[in-house]
Write a protein that binds this ligand. Structure first.
Ligand SMILES: *Cc1c(COP(=O)(O)O)cnc(C)c1O
Length: 352
């Protein structure tokens, strides 16, 4: 019997959202915070053209995509590190700090990948409970010790949707020691409408220990291609680049990401539609008597506690796949109006 790392026996595996189908054949996947819209024709065309070149390895440095991101966000190319999805960039970050005895602090509940990546990297997770549905930044700062090398702030938070505002985030960053890396995970940045929620790219510039994670998976609709990136100061970006598995960001992903930046206006119109639907869905739920925390992301959070695992049942009857977190609550992505209506029907059926 081959011997494996002990942590594999106790680690909780990542549970992806599963599709469900109603009796009349409807299937709406609102479990993974994807864009409900198919890829833009211009992006599909770029991918089709690039497909003719896939006998070759991709550009390992992803130079063109790096430059396109640098131009778009007005950051130096040296500050960018790409990965096969931002969850892989997060994994690379864990690799850069990971050593036995090292602690990484993050809120809980937050993005499910954090504990998994911490376990894999052999570091100790320090989970700081949310205050209500929000990050408790004071408690997170208090949780930092001389063993802490990294802190994640998921903004807006997955799965609660709540966002940390500028003043509290700046006060927190002022408290974090300079040798602790703060990662602002902004997978849902494009959906933020509260002007008090800071763009991490405005915060990292004069703070060498702050970096930002972004992805093409959500607002840009490229979840299936796996491409995300970090923006941080040169020592951070350089360390992350060292941990990449060679050629991890494939050619089609690089080309599609560039094409998506070129088509950004069209993509952001779609984001705006989702934001409008988010307001409609949340207001409809509240009118029906639900408590729904304000959300700056493309999903809503229902804290159902012990009833959590009952909720997917009426959802499945409507063909709606949602993401339950046993004993805590259910996260439901915002989709097209039709998908959202199916979810609202399911939520009404649950309450009855
Ligand atoms: C979806 C998500 C990501 C990353 O997704 P990738 O597809 O790996 O880019 C990162 N962080 C959070 C909080 C997410 O919800």
């Amino acid at each position: 019997m081959p011997r494996f790392r002990q942590i594999l026996d106790t680690m909780t595996a990542y549970k992806p959202g599963k599709a469900v189908t109603s009796a009349d054949g409807r299937s709406y996947k609102l479990s993974s915070n994807e864009s409900p819209y198919g890829p833009l024709p211009s992006v599909v065309e770029a991918i089709a053209e690039a497909a003719k070149e896939i006998n070759r390895y991709p550009d390992p440095g992803a130079v063109k995509l790096t430059e396109a991101i640098a131009r778009r966000f007005d950051v130096p190319a040296e500050h960018i590190a790409l990965g096969a999805g931002s969850v892989t960039v997060a994994q690379q970050l864990f690799e850069t700090v990971g050593e036995p005895g090292v602690e990484v602090v993050y809120a809980w509940r937050s993005f499910e990948a954090y504990p998994l990546l911490a376990d894999l990297a052999g570091v100790t997770s320090v989970q700081v409970p949310l205050a209500g549905e929000d990050h408790d930044l004071d408690a997170m700062a208090d949780a930092i010790t001389d063993r802490t090398r990294m802190v994640f702030v998921c903004n807006p938070n997955n799965p609660t949707g709540t966002a940390v505002r500028r003043a509290e985030l700046e006060a927190f960053l002022d408290r974090v020691p300079e040798d602790v890396l703060v990662v602002l995970d902004e997978a849902y940045r494009e959906y933020v409408r509260d002007e008090d929620v800071p763009d991490g790219l405005t915060l990292y510039r004069d703070r060498p220990n702050v970096c930002v994670l972004r992805t093409f998976s959500k607002a840009y609709g490229l979840a299936g291609l796996r491409v995300g990136y970090l923006v941080g100061h040169e020592p951070v970006a350089t360390a992350v680049r060292k941990t990449i598995v060679p050629f991890a960001v494939n050619h089609l992903a690089q080309v599609a990401a560039i094409a998506s930046l070129e088509a950004e206006e069209e993509l952001l119109e779609r984001v705006e539609r989702v934001v409008k639907e988010r307001t409609r869905v949340r207001e409809a739920l509240i009118a029906d008597g639900w408590k729904v925390p304000p959300t700056e992301a493309n999903f809503v959070w229902l804290r159902l506690g012990e009833r959590t695992l009952d909720f997917p049942v009426p959802c499945a009857e409507e063909g709606v796949a949602v993401r339950p977190f046993a004993g805590e609550g259910v996260r439901v992505s915002i989709g097209t109006p039709e998908e959202n209506d199916a979810f609202l029907t399911a939520a009404r059926n649950f309450r009855r």
